[in-house]
Design a protein. Structure first.
Length: 406
């Protein structure tokens, strides 16, 4: 039985539908809580003991649930405890960036069983890219020998303006007669959930990372662009149209450089990976002494933000200066966030965050200049510990958020 297929559910009625929904809820609760006794399950879903054990036995026969022995006694016989079978359920994560797509399969213990597979892409509005991504995903599923019916869903992270409730992308891969979410669902034959990449990473930090114990945390993603996800009052904040968090388009410099959004002086034009690469390229044309020359010696080579970060770690002065300048401007923008939202925690993620103290020091210096001391002192600034898989973890976290935690 495929418990997350809406077509199966819609074709059932009466007792069959009630059983289907109850067994689906049992799977979701065991996924969420790890192990539960039969008594806990019966009380949670207001089921009789015989009905509960009947459903559990069926799920055992279907290889979703396993017995985990006896639990602690609370005054009578020790209860039987149940949990999900390892590899009973899988999650597919697709992380779309400006230059590449990363895909990984996770099991129900959140182990990356496939390893993260990456291919170069050029993100735009050519919907042929969706076919390319879906074929790549199918190859990974096939190579792992996974029964697709065991995949709970696929999460797709995309930069730009995303209305995740309706499944619409307003920036990249714009569709007309169907939503982008529907297109992915049809091509992969799986439940699909799309989300802005920074919001997805914020959910990953909240559920799995440094923000796990925080009710008010901001997650700022620093790659080619600048993105932000907000956890406010213990939940992901999306705003009226689902588009909250466009920190990159806060005005920082009056009459500054033209931004891709059509305005001038946005944070992204002066404090992003793209802005650093642009400035580094100009410096190279002036024959500035720097190890960054090695990234443009051949026509096929192209500098990326992580190259600047790595050069800074080697002690390259130009790279250090570029990151320092970015940190100062970013710190000014962050001071606005602190004074408006008063978060307890700000997490920096993405490739540029790996600069660590080269970036944190100028940010903190700017906060000293632009932020009210009390608000600055009440906020902790940290670098994400989710690592290189933060993007695909964000994607699978969205699947969990929309299918398990609802």
């Amino acid at each position: 039985m495929i418990y997350w297929d809406s077509k199966v559910q819609n074709n059932l009625t009466g007792k069959d539908k009630k059983k289907f929904l109850s067994k689906k809820r049992i799977i979701k609760y065991l996924y969420r809580y790890g192990s539960l006794s039969g008594t806990d399950i019966a009380q949670t879903f207001n089921l009789s003991s015989p009905t509960t054990h009947s459903y559990i036995n069926e799920l055992i026969d279907e290889n979703f649930v396993e017995s985990r022995g006896k639990g602690d006694s609370i005054g009578g016989r020790r209860p039987n405890v149940y949990g999900l079978v390892k590899n009973a359920v899988f999650l597919l994560g697709i992380d779309l960036g400006q230059k590449r797509v990363s895909i990984a399969l996770y099991n129900n213990e959140l182990q990356n069983i496939s390893g993260t597979k990456t291919r170069k892409i050029k993100l735009g509005n050519d919907l042929a890219l969706v076919d390319e991504i879906c074929e790549f995903a199918k190859e990974i599923i096939q190579d792992m020998g996974i029964n697709q019916e065991k995949i709970l869903g696929v999460g797709i992270n995309i930069p730009g303006l995303i209305d995740s409730d309706s499944g619409i992308s307003h920036t990249y891969l714009i569709t007309s007669d169907k939503t982008l979410q529907q297109v992915f669902e049809e091509k992969l034959n799986l439940p699909a959930y799309i989300e802005n990449d920074s919001k997805a990473r914020a959910v990953a930090e909240w559920r799995l990372g440094l923000a796990n114990d925080s009710k008010n945390a901001l997650v700022i993603q620093l790659d080619w662009g600048v993105g932000m996800g907000l956890i406010l009052n213990g939940k992901l904040y999306k705003g009226n149209s689902g588009l909250a968090g466009e920190f990159s388009h806060v005005l920082i410099e009056e009459d500054g450089e033209l931004c891709i959004c059509g305005k001038r002086g946005c944070l992204e034009t002066i404090a992003s990976g793209r802005a650093m690469v642009k400035q580094a390229t100009l410096e190279l044309k002036n024959n500035t002494k720097t190890v960054l020359h090695r990234f443009v010696e051949d026509d096929d080579m192209q500098m990326a933000p992580e190259d600047i970060v790595n050069a800074a770690k080697e002690g390259d002065q130009l790279a250090i200066n570029l990151i320092n300048n970015m940190g100062q401007k970013l710190g000014k923008g962050i001071s606005y966030l602190l004074q408006i939202l008063n978060p307890e925690l700000i997490i920096l993620g993405g490739t540029v965050s790996l600069a660590n103290e080269y970036l944190l020091t100028p940010i903190n210096q700017s906060l000293l200049t632009y932020c009210i001391p009390k608000l600055r002192e009440d906020t902790t600034l940290k670098v994400s510990e989710l690592g290189k898989d933060a993007g695909v973890l964000g994607a699978v976290s969205i699947v969990l958020e929309r299918s398990i935690y609802t």
